[in-house]
Structure formats: structure tokens, C-alpha cells
Write a protein that binds this ligand. Structure first.
Ligand code: PLP
Ligand code: FES
Length: 414
């Protein structure tokens, strides 16, 4: 099994911080009590869960009582959207965007089949929303506006508080999928317009399968998981205590490192991006140049396939991902890049590098050392490198020939 690599796929998932492992381990070995038990063996575990509430709340600028532990981002998004609808049964309209994660988009599609109407806001070629379009869509029938803080593929950051002010005027609830933003953008729920916010542990150096949903005090919340009375009836099921402790520690470390880590990551990201753009012809950055996460760059290379670039990077032990992964069952490229209206060749030739606080100068140098050669090699193989029309024709032919296995291949949805 490959253990060491140059890991530039942190928007997909992150390495668990050794301090996080250390914090959670005792809750897998010695402290295995149930936090809801009456005895003090369980009671000491309950104390650890309470501490994690405080640690996560501190990262979000929230109160500990406003944090519900979940199994991750997908559950948080589902629970928030369902809670908002259950709490307002008379309202049947939802507003979201065309570029959300499938955890929101697929649920909204399903809700459309159940009689809800959904508005999917568009984005411009830099991935930004038009707030006039949002204002025009809001009505008294709008139960919920669910908009991501930052996009996982491009890193584009939405003006969440400006959006929230408009949502509040309409009387709708405001849910924010902040899975990619938490730990990269300072949060303060005390001064925010956000009613509910989703975060996920494995994007902030905690393990997979743990996350949290912030629910503002006073917001009517209807649980999605029904059962025991854990988490004050808001999420039934015995807490994943080691995961909860890990999330708490990870949140504490994110808060501690946020400023210095994001400054470092931005510098490394900018150097990576600017050098690639300066040294490789026919490529472009996808997304707004500044309204973007500090750790993410999505770059489109004309006339070649993103997947081919990834395979070559992989040979050098470099992990990145495709911004244009075929969604399962279709040959459609990334719904995010498509919503941005990017040219066909860019849609197919885009890759994403996402950094974290462990990324080093030497790793960026290693990527920069191989990228020009990889692109040159792939373009040399492409007979159509300066002939977009023939390239498209060839692609159409290939799509028809591909079998189902190839069609179902998916490289990124996170
Ligand atoms: C923006 C966004 N929302 C939701 C999710 C889902 O999170 P999880 O993998 O914890 O279910 C992800 C991660 O893939 C994401 O990037
Ligand atoms: S992204 Fe290349 S075929 Fe779908």
C-alpha cells in the first residue's frame, strides 16, 4: 500500500492530525462508557463530549448548546434541509444554487418529486452568484435558502452575510454548507445571519464519519433521526464518542492555526498557480481570482483530459483531482464548471489542487517540476492541440464508443 505521497487533494479529505489521534485513542480503549449512562464511568465520557461541544462552538463562534454532532457533511446537509421543511409545513419552496455538493443537490431533486419547488441559482463564468436573482426568487412561500459557503471544486466563496440579510428579510430559514470553509475562513455565528451551518470532520484533520450541525438557538428544529433522546432529542443514536472527541480536538487546532496556516497556504497556492499559468500555454484558472478559498486552485488545460493529467501526476506520487469528473452514469463533466459556462475544452481538461497546513515548499516545487512536461507530453499525443473543432469531433466519437464501466467512473464528488 502506498503510504507516502505529495497530497494535494485536501478538499477530498485530510490526514488526521497526530494530536487528534492521541486525543481520541483513550475513547477507543479505556473510556468506552456510554455518555448517557448514570454511572460515573459513563459520566466521564459525557464530560469529554461536553468539552468537544465547547471546542467546536469556539471555532464557529457559537454556543455549545447550538452544536449537534452528526456523521458528517452529508448528514448535516440532509438534517438541516429536512428540519427546515418539517418546521414550516405550509411553505413549499426552496432556493439553492446550481453548484452545490450532491448532498444538497440530490436531496433537492428528490424533494421536487415530493411536491416542493426548487430554484437553482445560476453562477457567472467566475463562479459567482447574482444577488438580484436571489432577491427575485425569494417569496413568502420560501421555506429555506441553502447555499454553500465555499465551493469544493473551485474554492469560490459566496458572500454569505450579504445573502443572509436578504434571506432574513423574506422570513425564510438560511442553511449554509460550510464543509469546505470551516477552518479556512473565520466564523462567528454570534454576528451572523446563518440559522444552520454544516461542517465535516474529515476536511479539518479529524476522521471520516463525524461532523457537526450548528443550529441557532430559537430556530425550530425537527430531528431527521428519530429514536433515543440523545443530543437533547435533536439527533437520536449513541454518540460516536471517539469521533466527537477527535472533532473537538481538530476544531481546537483549526482555530489555533487558522490565521498562520491560511496565510501560508495562500502563498504556496498562488506560487503554484502563477507559475503554472506563466510557464504552460493554453491554461486558465477556473473561479474568481480573489473570492476564493486560500488552499484551492482549479486549472483548466485546453485540448487534453484532466483524467490523463491526474494519471501522470499519480505516477510521480502526486495526488490531485479532476474538476471535471464524469458524474456516475453519464459522461457529463463537472456540474460546477458547466454552470460557470466554461468552454468545452476547459471543462474536460481541468484539475484541482487543494493544499493544507502540512503542504511544504518542496512539495509545490515537485509539482512544478513535472507539470510542464506532463502537459507537453499529453498535447504532443493529441493530434488536435490547436484545432478545437476536430478535438470536439473526436471527443463526440469517443463518447459514443465508451462502455458502461468507463461511463460510471467517478474521480471526484467532494
Ligand atoms: C461542500 C461539501 N458538502 C458536503 C460534503 C459531504 O461531506 P461528508 O463527506 O462528510 O459527508 C462535502 C465533502 O465531500 C463537501 O465538499
Ligand atoms: S470529464 Fe473527461 S469525459 Fe467526462
Amino acid at each position: 500500500m502506498q503510504k507516502n505521497c505529495i497530497y494535494l487533494d485536501n478538499n477530498a479529505t485530510t490526514k488526521v492530525d497526530p494530536e487528534v489521534v492521541e486525543a481520541m485513542l483513550p475513547y477507543l480503549t479505556d473510556y468506552y462508557g456510554n455518555p448517557s449512562s448514570m454511572h460515573s464511568f459513563g459520566g466521564q465520557v459525557k464530560k469529554a463530549v461536553n468539552k468537544a461541544h465547547e471546542q467546536v462552538a469556539a471555532l464557529l463562534g457559537a454556543d455549545a448548546s447550538e452544536i449537534i454532532f452528526t456523521s458528517g457533511g452529508t448528514e448535516g446537509d440532509n438534517a438541516a434541509i429536512r428540519a427546515a421543511l418539517l418546521a414550516q409545513p405550509d411553505k413549499r419552496h426552496i432556493i439553492t444554487t446550481q453548484v452545490e455538493h450532491p448532498a444538497v443537490l440530490s436531496l433537492c431533486k428528490q424533494l421536487e418529486n415530493q411536491g416542493y419547488s426548487v430554484t437553482y441559482l445560476s453562477v457567472n463564468h467566475e463562479g459567482q452568484l447574482d444577488l438580484n436573482e436571489l432577491e427575485a426568487a425569494l417569496t413568502g412561500n420560501t421555506a429555506l435558502v441553502s447555499i454553500m459557503y465555499a465551493n469544493n471544486e473551485t474554492g469560490v466563496v459566496f458572500p454569505i452575510e450579504q445573502i443572509g440579510l436578504r434571506v432574513k428579510e423574506s422570513g425564510a430559514l438560511f442553511h449554509v454548507d460550510a464543509v469546505q470553509a470551516v477552518g479556512k475562513i473565520p466564523m462567528n455565528m454570534k454576528t451572523s445571519t446563518i440559522d444552520m451551518l454544516t461542517m465535516s470532520g474529515h476536511k479539518i484533520h479529524a476522521p471520516k464519519g463525524i461532523g457537526a450541525l450548528y443550529v441557532r438557538r430559537g430556530v425550530r428544529f425537527r430531528p431527521m433521526l428519530i429514536g433515543g433522546g440523545q443530543q437533547r432529542g435533536r439527533r437520536a443514536g449513541t454518540e460516536n464518542v471517539p469521533g466527537v472527541v477527535a472533532l473537538g480536538k481538530a476544531a481546537e487546532l483549526e482555530l489555533l492555526h487558522l490565521e498562520e496556516a491560511t496565510t501560508r497556504e495562500r502563498k504556496l497556492r498562488d506560487r503554484l498557480e502563477q507559475t503554472i499559468i506563466a510557464t504552460i500555454p493554453d491554461c486558465q484558472v477556473n473561479g474568481h481570482p480573489t473570492q476564493r478559498l486560500p488552499n484551492t486552485t482549479n486549472i483548466g488545460f485546453k485540448y487534453i483530459e484532466g483524467e490523463a493529467i491526474l494519471l501522470h501526476l499519480n505516477k510521480y506520487g502526486i495526488c490531485a483531482s479532476s474538476g471535471s469528473a464524469c458524474s456516475s452514469g453519464s459522461l457529463e463533466p463537472s456540474h460546477v464548471l458547466r454552470a460557470m459556462g466554461l468552454p468545452y475544452t476547459i471543462l474536460h481538461g481541468s484539475i484541482r489542487f487543494s493544499l493544507c497546513r502540512y503542504t511544504t515548499d518542496a512539495e509545490i516545487n515537485a509539482v512544478l517540476a513535472v507539470m510542464p512536461g506532463i502537459i507537453e507530453h499529453l498535447r504532443a499525443l493529441s493530434p488536435f492541440k490547436n484545432d478545437e473543432a476536430s478535438w470536439l469531433q473526436q471527443r463526440d466519437g469517443e463518447m459514443g464508443r465508451w462502455g458502461d464501466g468507463e461511463k460510471n467512473k467517478s474521480l471526484v464528488a467532494n
